[in-house]
Design a protein around this ligand. Structure first.
Ligand SMILES: O=c1ccn([C@@H]2O[C@H](COP(=O)(O)O)[C@@H](O)[C@H]2O)c(=O)[nH]1
Length: 275
């Protein structure tokens, strides 16, 4: 198997640069005519996976919306991941894990070791125990041709309080994360496997985003981010950008054709930025 970065590069080039989120919000279950039960969750998530998996470069299930139904919800998450991967989409599992190294290894074993029942192509990780605490995830990802997306400049308004703070060397926390990712991606071609999460809603894009790895960009659509924002914030690194949109695309469902049309038009608007 090729590296996660190489697989993602091919998928973005072939299917268009878009990650479609699967976030089974209570309001979306209702909008799709489904009950707020684990059966409703299963119909929603599997319907979304079958519609989106064959047409999007990447799919990003949000673990929280599955976990809220307990073990039965996690079983639906495993099924969702399997369907998306079998359909050819890369699965970025949004779990935002981070802990001391020994526990980080257990998270890596759960989500990145490809023999695990809940393995994904990549996960999201939180660096707030120090970037080095993520080493077990980075090393397990390397061994398994998987990837890790680390929070750098998140799309929520509270993020700058921590992410813009400066350390002893004068770099912001966000820049330290980005620099560490660039180091992890050294020598990788066509794209490293270690990405950053940078929102389409950030107000101060004065960071070096050239990490030779993917930039997962949430905040599109429901949070107000647009293709114009992406063009402005990511000028010079647009080839690294993997825009991510959940509610706006899912709002087109449950009809499969409508979901795919939403994916196609969103992906086309971002593909136009890199031409
Ligand atoms: O900075 C971040 C990091 C992660 N997210 C997640 O992405 C989706 C966004 O959903 P939308 O419906 O497209 O707003 C959601 O799962 C978040 O947890 C983010 O928004 N910002």
């Amino acid at each position: 198997m090729s590296t996660f970065g190489a697989r993602l590069r091919s998928a973005m080039d072939e299917r268009g640069p878009l990650c479609a989120g699967i976030d089974p919000h209570a309001g979306l279950l209702t909008a799709w005519g489904l009950p707020e039960t684990v059966e409703g969750l299963r119909s929603f998530a599997l319907g979304a996976a079958e519609a989106l998996g064959p047409v999007t470069a990447a799919v990003k299930p949000q673990s929280a919306f599955f976990e809220r139904f307990g073990a039965a919800g996690v079983a639906v998450l495993e099924e969702t991941i399997r369907i998306c991967r079998e359909a050819g989409a890369l699965v970025v599992l949004d779990v935002k894990r981070g802990d001391i190294g020994s526990t980080a290894q257990a998270y890596a074993d759960a989500y990145l070791d490809q023999s695990s029942p809940i393995a994904a192509d990549a996960i999201t990780a939180s660096p707030y125990l120090g970037f080095g605490s993520l080493d077990p995830m980075i090393e397990t990802a390397r061994k398994n041709d998987a990837g890790v997306f680390v929070l750098a400049l998140t799309s929520n308004p509270e993020g700058p309080q921590f992410q813009h703070a400066s350390g002893a060397d004068g770099r912001t926390v966000a820049q330290t994360v980005l620099d560490s990712l660039r180091d992890a991606n050294t020598g990788e071609s066509p794209l490293g496997s270690f990405g950053a999460v940078v929102g389409a809603t950030i107000e101060d894009p004065t960071v070096a985003l050239d990490i030779n790895g993917p930039l997962l960009v949430p905040g599109i659509g429901a949070q107000g981010g647009t293709a114009d924002d992406v063009r402005r914030i990511f000028d010079g690194v647009l080839h690294l950008v993997l825009p991510s949109s959940s509610r706006e695309i899912l709002g087109a469902g449950p009809d499969t054709a409508a979901l795919r049309a939403a994916v196609e038009s969103t992906a086309a608007s971002f593909a136009a930025l890199v031409r």
